[in-house]
Design a protein around this ligand. Sequence first.
Ligand code: SF4
Ligand code: SF4
Length: 348
Amino acid sequence: MSEPLPILSVRWQLKFTKCSLKCPYCIAEWTKRPVEFRADLFTAIIGRLLAQPYRLVIRLGVEGEIFLSPEIQEGVVRLSRHPKVEGVSFSTNMMASDEKVSAFLDRADCSKLGMGCTLHDTQITSEQVEGFFRRIEMIQKRGVLLFVGYVAKPDCFEQMRRYKDRLDAMGVPFISNEYNGAFEHVPYPEAYTPQQRQELPKFLWADHYYRMLVERENPKGKPCQAGHRYIYLGSDGKILRCGMERNLPWTLAQKVAWRVNKDWPAKMQQDRIMKRSLGNILTDDLRLDAAPGPCPHTSCTCGNEAQAFDAVGKEYHRTRTLRVIYPKDRAAEYEARYPNLRPLPDEG
Ligand code: SF4
Ligand code: SF4
């Protein structure tokens, strides 16, 4: 019997900046940006991904709401039904109607589907919150590996306790993201209190995420799968090793150039990013690094990327939903508590 193809994890940004909510803390800032999503490029990139000699675990970064885009939903359905795809996941605010969500699930292969359903409880009514939980239950019953996402605002610990208990009882993972930025003029995540830090690991789901996202552990020099078994794909097909490569810290030359001409550093930044890029999936052969390499960055602040860290594969099972990992030494306990959890086949 031939060896199974290796697994390539792909984080893919789509720039579909259109949403049904207007959260004031929206990092996609969709109300200020034009919709740059192009259905033709999206379809062409899917074709190119499926032609690669890998099994795929894909996470779409929609940058808006997927249930407003029939094209993206169709792309997910197509990916989920392809034999080379082990998993395809995305985030949603889960404000679409029960009927719309149900019709989408009818078309997709739910056993390969992952959904990060972010609960924006400060932006919706309590009736809408109950509608959110009703759809979560419906999706969970279909076998989708979903999780509920939440932002760990420093004044929301009581809510997080309630939501985690409620979701645990439903067998659904609850995964908070750390709060980033100023809250009452104090910078977070640095300002979390010792008591909050004690509770945060359980809200962030995995100790690894707590260390990387809250404690801001420095990954520099540690082996990482980025560029080897993990890539970050732009909406135009550009391939980077990971998302941290989009925002490289400025060099001394850039800082000096900025005093002379404001456009130069931006141009220098683009040149540096292009130099480190692994090409474009639409036009180039995929040539990945032969082995995990040392991380060149001093922080790794995205939950999707933090799972590319080489050590994660030793401690945790990776799954068909890129964001969801779980400890190998407590696998039976996790799988009993969250019934849709299972490890990727032949993860390696
Ligand atoms: S639901 Fe998400 S994309 Fe939409 S406004 Fe809120 S944070 Fe932004
Ligand atoms: S550890 Fe994080 S920042 Fe470093 S290369 Fe890997 S994914 Fe990128």
